[in-house]
Ligand binder design. Structure first.
Ligand SMILES: Nc1ncnc2c1ncn2[C@@H]1O[C@H](COP(=O)(O)OP(=O)(O)OP(=O)(O)O)[C@@H](O)[C@H]1O
Ligand code: NI
Length: 307
């Protein structure tokens, strides 16, 4: 049984257009992912593809003008907002994308120690700070006294000491130096190897391939493919979706050919397949309905032409 199971999640935002007219912008559409204990699922996709909103939906911290549908289950049971609140920071921890999530009025050592559920909180906090090369004096500092990189390492420390069974790491590494990035990635892998599950959100396919088991590729608010990491090799022959193949080939070490066009904004989503306007394989059928995710060769794809 998956530890975390997101089924058919859609998220929209209510916004006021001209006058009092309300419009709903769909930012996540029919998204399903699941996460097993011991596994790292990386979520990759362009800016605005819905990665952070997925994280916030799982934790129950979407803004109040968001509407959601679909189900999210944790350990087989539906995550109601009451359960989300009870499990947040305890069973399910986040390494947030923004360092503004730190409490500006609390010394950072204390912030990390309050996340410890059992054992010697101070000892655990010091151990994890040591691992992330944070000196002893950092403990007594306030967030405004930290550099961006230090603040990120404090956020990572908070999740690592929490004893959570699921960690959602939302772009945990930007601004860190390469040694600390390596350390952080190793720590995340170790965390999964100890039986926990990680949803690792990143722009960086390279980092994802280093530690993840599977990669979910997001496009315009939904998954287009979920593939085992081994499929990312060569010319991308083993990959399923035209967007994933194009992303892979666009990497500097591959063909370095950018994908023409751009991801549609939530206010102007096409009907049918969201990638169709940029897709070399698109036919008139693709413009009719959003294809479902389907199994294909040990992975999943949302494309009627994939084979
Ligand atoms: N509070 C909000 N109200 C309206 N639209 C929103 C709100 N928050 C996010 N969005 C929109 O939802 C879409 C997805 O945003 P999200 O933050 O999940 O993207 P992301 O994939 O995490 O991007 P990045 O890689 O830049 O962090 C974007 O188009 C964004 O503009
Ligand atoms: Ni984000």
């Amino acid at each position: 049984m998956p530890i975390l199971d997101v089924e058919n999640l859609s998220v929209s935002f209510k916004q006021y257009a001209t006058g009092l007219k309300q419009v709903h912008h769909q930012v996540i559409s029919n998204l399903s992912i699941s996460l097993e204990a011991g596994e790292i699922l990386a979520v990759v996709g362009a800016s605005g593809s819905g990665k952070s909103l997925l994280a916030h939906a799982i934790l129950g911290i979407l803004p109040s003008n968001a509407r959601t549908s679909g189900t999210i289950k944790y350990a087989g049971e539906i995550l109601t907002s009451k359960r989300q609140k009870a499990l947040r920071g305890k069973e399910i921890a986040i390494v947030p994308q923004s360092v503004n999530f730190l409490d500006p009025l609390m010394r950072v050592g204390k912030q990390v120690r309050t996340s410890v559920k059992s054992g010697d909180a101070a000892a655990l906090q010091r151990e994890v700070f040591g691992r992330f090369h944070l000196k002893k004096e950092v403990e007594t500092m306030y967030p405004f006294q930290l550099s961006g990189g230090m603040a990120r390492r404090v956020l990572l420390s908070t999740a690592m000491v929490s004893g959570a069974k699921v960690i959602i790491a939302d772009e945990p590494t930007p601004g860190l130096d390469p040694v600390v990035i390596k350390e952080a990635l190793n720590n995340i892998r170790e965390f999964a190897d100890n039986g926990c599950a990680v949803l690792f959100i990143t722009h960086d396919i390279e980092s994802a391939l280093k530690i993840a088991d599977k990669i979910a590729v997001f496009y315009a608010g939904t998954t287009v493919e979920i593939a085992p990491v081994e499929n990312f090799k060569g010319q991308g022959e083993a990959l399923r979706h035209p967007y994933t193949k194009a992303l892979w080939r666009a990497l500097p070490q591959n063909d370095f050919i950018p994908i023409p066009g751009s991801q549609p904004h939530p206010t102007e989503l096409p009907t049918g397949c969201l990638f169709a306007p940029r897709c070399p394989l698109a036919t008139s059928e693709c413009q009719e309905v959003l294809p479902d995710m389907r199994f294909l060769r040990n992975g999943m794809v949302r494309c009627i032409h994939a084979n």
